[in-house]
Design a protein around this ligand. Sequence first.
Ligand code: NAP
Length: 316
Amino acid sequence: MKVFIARPMTPAVEARARAEFDVEFRPETAPMSEEEMINALNTFDIVVPTLGDQFSADIFAQVPDPRCKLLANFGVGYNHIDVSAAQAAGIAVTNTPGAVTDATADIAMALLLSTARRAGEGERLVRAGAWEGWHPTQMLGHHVTGKRVGIVGMGRIGQAIARRCHYGFSMQVAYQSRSAKDLDFAAEFIPDLSALAASVDFLVLAVPGGAETRHLINAQVLEAMNPNALLVNIARGEVVDEAALIAALQAGQIAGAGLDVYEFEPKVPQALIDMDNVTMFPHLGTATEEVRTDMGNMALDNVAAFVTGRALPNPV
Ligand code: NAP
């Protein structure tokens, strides 16, 4: 079977893929074009796509009899693939859950701490040679330990963030999810999102992207937040109405935001760049060599299962 891998991978993943499969790597790091996606569906038995490769219903409609029978997505989030349209075309979809959990939770904490303690702004000050020295009221930020955090989406990553907040920072944890969770630490389930937003110092987003969660964080939720509260988004950019977020930040309705993802990434609005109380990372959630290798191996485990006719380990 012919396998197409849509991005360069870590050396370990590339070596395994070349040893085990008849594989072609796409050398570009940018998302696939429509033409490339159509060509891949027609030419390969298995495609390993990733974030940014927009396998929409329209793409599947243009390939009536695809050679491809598996999209083994590299990443846990698969909102860039229209899964129902893929399945209707006879193509299974898998993802890489679990491999990404701790690394992404770490990045959520990095954003929370950086934004609360003005780390980015402070770093820029030092680099600019503009630091005039310590004094008792210099660059006062928001205290983190013991504060109240609200997690939106208490899944694998949401729970890993909650654990870090509870055990590492003695924070009170509250959360919203589709269902209440049985957890081994204290966490209050607040099913109403605006009520959760109104009750916390930090609101952290960890839901999947897609139509169901698009603009879950809208003007109404932002308005419910405390003016001293911070928003952290490691989920997907589209979960937040970015224009409403900019308006809320500019009006002082919330005190700041820590963002790993953007509604139209890699485009980042100038209005966000202009605000010192916004910390911005370039989608770093899973960006470590070990994690990207684990993700690649998980995607290849799904490829291997498919090639040998075994049940897919991570179907979505
Ligand atoms: P997961 O285990 O499936 O958890 C997702 C959670 O979101 C579940 O608790 C689910 O609730 C909840 N949820 C789903 N739809 C919801 C809705 N409409 N309203 C409220 N809650 C909803 O997934 P995960 O592994 O934690 O990953 C979560 C997401 O993080 C991924 O899908 C991906 O988009 C994103 N991510 C980002 C990065 C990054 O680099 N920044 C890295 C990895 C992942 P129930 O459990 O009640 O059903």
